[in-house]
Design a protein around this ligand. Structure first.
Ligand SMILES: Nc1ncnc2c1ncn2[C@@H]1O[C@H](COP(=O)(O)OP(=O)(O)OP(=O)(O)O)[C@@H](O)[C@H]1O
Length: 510
């Protein structure tokens, strides 16, 4: 403790943090920086500081208390370390780190502390909320029964996601993980679901590309982008997912459905490892600290479908994790696989075959989503996985030039057609009714023996035709009704008609 007066800049910063005009005497609680590292500082003289408390350095940089040790605090810096010097004063704020929440954040790009990053005016917040809160208990939760439409055929049909679910997107680098998450956000344009995209440790250009895509589609106005890029301090990367979750919780408390994407938690774990090693915590497996599981579990436990008494809202979490050389059993991927309710695995093998989206249905699973899936999908795509896995097995076998009987050949043809039907360009989510027409056509053999280019062209045409010619069906699917025989034949007839036109034929039904 010292009697030196507070510097004016620091005083006003502390005042604004405390929202009170006059500094209280406790603010005189001041410590000294004993050591500064890359992204951390060690502070002495603040023995009464609390875990997660926000501290303010004389240079104006802020920090969060991570380690409480006798006579020494380990502080994570939320600003540049090069502005801090050993011996500098540090003040307590008596507040845990909080972010602004409220509808004013919609359409904005903010940093991990909720400050604008888009060059626009300050955020009109309803309140400030601490970024760390305990996850809601079991009595505040309800079963997951409503589907979250991703607009991606392979996912909606075979790995369905429900509102309130935590579904991991996992795969090697450049397998299309961000595209899957982004397409899911784009597909919410026609729904009431609010979206949050939290970029952790991503390159600036890839975050800019995501923002541009959201802006171009008009979906940015219903999305909050929380960006902690690779140029930010590891402290900001560590805090960003908790901030995004806190913003989501505000809307869920109002009864809204919120989708949060964490892109990606590999970088998040690496930032935490960096901070922990600098703070000289004992390293564990792969040099990660022992509590890395808890770091991710306490974040993802905050997602869920909440009971009507707790507001009735939901938070669906789509965390992304990167694997190396398809190693699903590495430390962070296995942790996240066990925390989440399923995973969408993107395979580099499929990427090499240019099969996008590269969802490997053999390894992907959704543990609760099938209960939320529309009945129509269950009726049509119930054996999609089996058809595809049998096909892939046979395809490998047929590569040896073996002579095949007619049944096997027919299976190969059908499998190839179904796989072609699951192809989809990025940023082009497909409505449920169009997905169903395509799947029915592929599973019933309408696309058999057609060249892939023709299937792709036919799928484009089906998009327009299905919306115009099957107007009642979309409503029926939305009401979770099963498909009748006449619905199925109408869908098949439409697919046949489109193929007839597309091939320049007479439009005869199949
Ligand atoms: N459905 C698709 N159709 C065609 N190309 C696609 C599709 N999805 C993704 N791609 C392409 O694959 C590449 C990787 O996509 P993306 O950046 O989404 O992958 P990622 O796994 O998130 O990458 P990173 O490892 O860099 O995070 C991009 O060039 C993208 O254009």
């Amino acid at each position: 403790m010292t009697d030196e007066p507070l510097q004016p800049g620091v005083k006003s910063l502390i005042d604004s943090l405390l929202d009170s005009p006059a500094p209280s005497p406790v603010l005189a609680e001041v410590g000294k920086v004993t050591e500064v590292g890359d992204g951390i500082a060690l502070v002495s003289g603040l023995d009464r500081a609390l875990a997660d408390e926000l501290l303010v350095f004389a240079s104006g940089v802020r920090g969060m208390v991570l380690d409480l040790e006798p006579h020494r605090l380990g502080v994570v810096l939320l600003g540049p370390a090069d502005q801090i010097a050993a011996g500098e004063d540090v003040w307590r704020t008596h507040k845990v780190i909080s972010v602004p929440v409220g509808p004013g954040l919609m359409g904005r790009v903010v940093d991990a502390t909720g400050q604008p990053r888009d060059g626009r005016n300050r955020i009109e917040a309803v309140a400030d909320r601490p970024i760390e809160v305990a996850a809601p208990g079991i009595l505040c939760r309800s079963p997951i029964t409503r589907p979250l439409a991703t607009g991606i055929k392979a996912i909606d049909a075979a790995v369905p996601v429900g509102l309130g679910q935590r579904e991991l997107i996992i795969g090697d680098r450049q397998t299309g993980k961000t595209s899957i998450a982004l397409d899911t956000i784009l597909n919410q344009a026609s729904s009431e679901i609010l979206c949050i995209y939290c970029a952790v440790g991503q390159r600036g250009d890839s975050v800019a590309r995501v923002i541009e895509t959201l802006r171009g589609s008009g979906q940015l106005s219903r999305t909050i982008v929380v960006a902690a890029g690779d140029e930010d301090t590891p402290g900001l990367s560590f805090v960003a997912p908790y901030s995004a979750m806190t913003m989501a919780e505000y809307f869920a408390d109002q009864g809204c459905d919120v989708l949060v994407v964490f892109d990606d938690l590999t970088h998040h774990a690496q930032s935490y490892r960096e901070l922990s090693l600098l703070l000289r915590r004992p390293p564990g497996r792969e040099a990660f600290p022992g509590d890395i599981f808890y770091v991710h579990a306490r974040l993802l436990e905050r997602a869920g479908q909440f009971s009507p008494e707790a507001g009735g809202g939901s938070i669906t979490a789509l965390p992304v994790v990167e694997t190396q050389a398809e190693n699903l059993s590495a430390y962070i991927p296995t942790n996240l696989i066990s925390i989440t309710d399923g995973q969408i695995y993107l395979s580099p093998r499929l990427v090499r075959k240019n099969q996008f989206p590269a969802v490997d249905l053999g390894v992907s699973v959704s543990r609760v989503g099938s209960k939320a899936q529309y009945r129509a999908f269950r009726d049509v795509a119930g054996n999609l996985r089996v058809t595809l896995s049998q096909f892939e097995e046979l395809e490998d076998f047929a590569r040896f030039g073996t002579r095949l009987d007619d049944t096997t050949r027919a299976r190969l043809v059908r499998g190839a057609a179904v796989r072609a039907a699951l192809r989809q360009p990025e940023h082009a989510p497909v409505p449920a009714v169009v997905q169903l027409v395509i799947l029915v056509a592929a599973m019933e053999g309408v696309f058999d023996d057609l060249p892939e280019a023709r299937v792709l062209a036919a799928m484009d045409q089906l998009r327009a035709a299905a919306t115009d010619e099957l107007p009642g069906l979309a409503k029926q699917i939305g009401q979770n009704q099963p498909l009748s025989e006449s619905d199925l034949s109408a869908m098949l007839a439409l697919a046949g008609k489109v193929l007839g036109n597309e091939g320049g034929g007479d439009g005869t039904d199949v």
